[in-house]
Design a protein around this ligand. Sequence first.
Ligand code: UDP
Length: 246
Amino acid sequence: MGEKRFKRIMLKIGGESLLGDREFGIDPKAVLVMAEKIKKVVDKNTEIAIVIGGGNIFRGLSASKNGIDRATADYMGMLATVMNGLALQDALRKVGVQVRTQSALTMPAVSESFIRNKAIRHLEKGRVLILVAGTGMPYVTTDSGAALHALELHCDVLMKATKVDGIYEQDPLKFPDAKRFKTMTFKDAIEKEEVQVMDTGALAMCKENNMPMMVFNLFKEHNLAKAVDGEDIGTYVANDVKTKLV
Ligand code: UDP
């Protein structure tokens, strides 16, 4: 890593990023802050596709534990991502960014449907592309949606935005002295049970298809811009690196 500027990125934003100080739902102020961060990298001519999660509203697995049929609950989770996508689209428009939303579930009144060729065209024209409803299929999460879309849209990197600074040897919120990994192989990211980076399915897809990943804290000032510039922040996960602590 280092010195490499990414031209087309896939940014995976978890639903919790839209919570602000709330415990549930969408805080429009937090969404606006996010939109401003995204605008800064759009202004540097970066092509950005965003897959947004829905965990701030609804997670299929948790709901299925409370008695809703798993597939039905997952479709409800996908609908939650549509709400988040519309909120982010609105905020991006407010800060003057050209944006289109495409959904893996057909919903013509609120969003374009995902059509790969059109999606690529939007990116080439410099429009931010928000992809909602994940893969459109139950039993997976938006991490898998982000990995699949990153591959088919030929993104240079999958950026996973989190609340911590990258992948740590132990949970840094519980163990403040825990060290961060500067780089990590996909093999270790999958096999090390103590690190929870992303769904194993999504990691395996990136590993098999050589899609590098960056895990970093989106909430730190300028971090997204630094990540796009290939600066040494967070953790870089790939096949052609060694697993190394900072
Ligand atoms: N989901 C799904 N298929 C997908 C993407 C999402 O079934 O391809 C459902 C699943 O129930 C998931 C919910 O949508 O829990 C919200 O997505 P996710 O948990 O990935 O949100 P995040 O944790 O990123 O906020």
